[in-house]
Structure formats: structure tokens, C-alpha cells
Design a protein around this ligand. Structure first.
Ligand code: KIV
Ligand code: ZN
Length: 386
């Protein structure tokens, strides 16, 4: 039986920490409704104590969606937790996400706290929130640079205090798949009560490892994956959730994992985030980039014309895009040119195609991009009896 993985989207919180990105209330609601259509299980809608405007937007999101659980982030202080209680406490299907840094560098250099003080704050805040929320996620910020014994100690105590989800973020994108695997294995083997809660991973992409690390965590026992659409987020961003979803689906044969994500909704969701953030999607971006389903070389184009599966491991339609694109350029072959004429409504016989193809190659040497108008002009200037 396939294992079910839950998708936690933080586009509206970690994603909003992308330099230059800010969503207003209407935009947050529009995005949340899209995320609901996509099949996201948990939406982190913001940080309630950040500003009254953010609290209002989080509340609006929680009222607008009905499927996903909506949570707000909070530090381990009463003001932050009270802000979440005031924002979401009276709305069904909501929760809180509390975090404190646990690594030596964060304890000593950022918080100026001992291990004992960090532990006390963690337990105190979770116990307090447990009076108001059933869904309580607790994150050990910078978990991947934290001593494993301390991580397990914090985990055990916050589970006792009422946490229902435990998240071990790779806050600075520092870990490797092997190390992250060991972290999850250690916590699972050494923490009393761990079987009562959901384990979650949260990976940043500073070294380009976010997807590999997230997958490693899932294979090691995490049942929740956190990330953002289009991989936006603090610094180099969070893991791109569409990549996690497409990978788990395309390689279901290997992972045997089920998700609630409707892959066909990815294109629309990705385009919305790109429009509202003003951040263009790089053409070579996995799954959602403009080139992800384009084929340029003649050999590839010929293969795709005969059978798409030769060079496409998933179809553009399955992600919600229109169709496979054959990009005409100097590497294209005769079959691709013929196919494009057919798509444009022209029928070209073999003799014509032979002549036109020669001219086409000359043109492609001079001109990088060949447009439909160019190939139509080649056909129309061709002697009729060719
Ligand atoms: O990256 C991180 O550690 C976070 C936490 C607040 C969960 O975003
Ligand atoms: Zn983060």
C-alpha cells in the first residue's frame, strides 16, 4: 500500500520572505484558493504577529478555504502565540506553527540562551498553545546543525507538551541527503512518543540540494514535506513543491508514495505565483520552465514525433501545460519542419520539403530563432512545381 505524504505549502510565509515579495490580503486569498485546488494539505498563511495586516490576511485565508488546514507561524513567546489565537482560534481546521532555534550557533550567537532555556521555552509555548489548538507543529530551527541528542530531547519534551507535528528544517540549506536521513533515523529511534506525531521536512536550496534532501527525509520517515511554489523563499528559496509532487508521481514505481496533489493544477498555480511575485520562471526550471517540454535537436525532435516517451518522462498536459513544443532552429530535422507545416495547416509534398529544407538550413545558420512567419515565407516563395 502506497504511503501518503502531506504537502505543507509556505508560499504565503517563507515565500513572502523572498526579497522584494509582499502579498496583500486579496492576493493571499487568491493564492490560497489556488493552493486548495492544487490539493495542498496545510497552508501556512503568514506570521500573525508580524503586522495587523498579516493577521487579517491569515484570517481571511482561513475563512476562504475549506479543505486545507491553515496555520500561522509564531516564535516561542506569549505575544506571538496570542496573536495566532486571536487570529485563528475561533476558526475550524486551523493550527499553529511554533519554532525556536536549537543549533549551538543560533543558541549562543542569536538567542544568547542555554540548551536548558531553549528547551524550557519550547515546552512552555507548546503547552500554552495546546489549550487552544489541536494542530500544533513545532520546528527546531537550524535542526541540521543541532546536536542529535539535543534534537531528540527537544522532540520528546514538545511531544509530551502536545505538539502533533515535528519539523526538522534545514534552515540554511546545509545538509546532505545522507546526513538528513541519519537525522530522521536518529530521532525516530531515540525519541519516546515519536510514533504519535507526524514528522516533517523543510529544506532550503542554498546549495541546490533542497529536492534531494526532501526526498531523503521522506524515505527516512518524514510524512510531511514543506516548501513553496516555484521554489521561492528566503535567500535561495525553499524546495519547489511542484518538483516534489512531479517526482513522486513520475517515479511512483520507485517511491510507492501517494499525495493529494493534482498535477494538472501545477501550471496555473505556478503562473499565478510568478505573476503576483513579479519573478519570472527561468526557462530551464524543472517541471514548470518554458523549455521543460521543448525539444530542440533534430534527433530529439524526430524521436518525439515518433513517440513522445522517447524524450519526455512526463507529459506537458499532465502538469497543465498545453503541449510539447518543437523549437525550430539549426538543429531541427526535416520531420520537425514537416510537422510544423502540418500544424499550421499547410500540406507539403516530399519534393517541396526537400527544396525548402535546404533553404531552411541556410536561414537557420543566419537566424537564431525561426518563427512561423519565416517558414511560411519559405513555402510561399517556393516555385509551385517544385
Ligand atoms: O527555515 C526555517 O527554519 C523556517 C522555520 C521558521 C520553520 O522557515
Ligand atoms: Zn524556512
Amino acid at each position: 500500500m502506497a504511503k501518503r505524504i502531506y504537502f505543507f505549502d509556505t508560499t504565503l510565509r517563507d515565500g513572502e520572505q523572498t526579497p522584494g515579495v509582499s502579498f496583500n490580503l486579496d492576493e493571499k486569498v487568491e493564492i490560497a484558493l489556488r493552493l486548495e485546488n492544487l490539493g495542498i494539505d496545510i497552508i501556512e498563511a503568514g506570521f500573525a504577529n508580524a503586522s495587523p495586516g498579516d493577521a487579517e490576511a491569515i484570517r481571511a485565508v482561513a475563512k476562504a478555504v475549506s479543505g486545507p488546514i491553515v496555520v500561522s507561524l509564531a516564535r516561542t513567546n506569549k505575544d506571538d502565540i496570542d496573536a495566532v489565537i486571536n487570529t485563528l482560534g475561533d476558526i475550524d481546521n486551523t493550527g499553529i506553527h511554533i519554532f525556536i532555534a536549537t543549533s549551538p550557533i543560533h543558541r549562543e550567537r542569536k538567542l544568547g540562551m542555554t540548551k536548558e532555556q531553549v528547551l524550557e521555552k519550547a515546552v512552555e509555548s507548546v503547552s500554552y498553545a495546546a489549550k487552544y489548538f489541536k494542530h500544533i507543529e513545532f520546528s527546531c530551527e537550524d535542526a541540521t546543525r543541532t546536536e542529535l541528542e539535543f534534537l531528540s530531547e527537544v522532540a520528546e519534551k514538545v511531544v509530551e507538551a502536545g505538539a502533533t507535528v515535528l519539523n526538522f528544517p534545514d534552515t540554511v540549506g546545509y545538509t546532505t541527503p545522507e546526513e538528513y536521513t541519519k537525522l530522521f533515523q536518529y530521532v525516530l529511534e531515540n525519541t519516546k512518543g515519536i510514533e504519535k506525531v507526524r514528522l516533517s521536512c523543510h529544506c532550503h536550496d542554498d546549495l541546490g540540494m533542497a529536492l534531494s534532501n526532501s526526498i531523503a527525509a521522506i524515505q527516512a520517515g518524514a510524512v510531511q514535506v514543506e516548501g513553496c511554489i516555484n521554489g521561492i523563499g528566503e535567500r535561495a528559496g525553499n524546495v519547489a513543491l511542484e518538483e516534489v509532487a512531479a517526482l513522486l508521481e513520475t517515479r511512483k514505481d520507485y517511491f510507492n508514495i501517494q499525495t493529494g496533489i493534482k498535477l494538472k493544477e501545477i501550471a496555473k498555480t505556478s503562473k499565478l505565483i510568478s505573476r503576483l511575485t513579479g519573478i519570472a520562471i527561468p526557462p530551464n526550471k524543472a517541471v514548470i520552465g518554458g523549455n521543460a517540454f521543448s525539444h530542440s535537436s533534430g534527433i530529439h525532435q524526430d524521436g518525439v514525433i515518433k513517440d513522445k516517451a522517447t524524450y519526455e518522462i512526463m507529459t506537458p498536459e499532465s502538469i497543465g501545460f498545453n503541449e510539447t513544443k518543437l523549437v525550430l532552429g539549426k538543429l531541427s530535422g526535416r520531420n520537425a519542419l514537416k510537422k510544423r507545416y502540418e500544424e499550421l495547416g499547410y500540406s507539403v509534398n516530399e519534393a517541396q520539403l526537400k527544396e525548402i529544407f535546404k533553404k531552411y538550413k541556410e536561414l537557420a545558420d543566419r537566424k537564431k530563432d525561426i518563427f512561423d512567419e519565416d517558414i511560411i515565407a519559405l513555402l510561399e516563395t517556393q516555385p509551385k512545381n517544385a
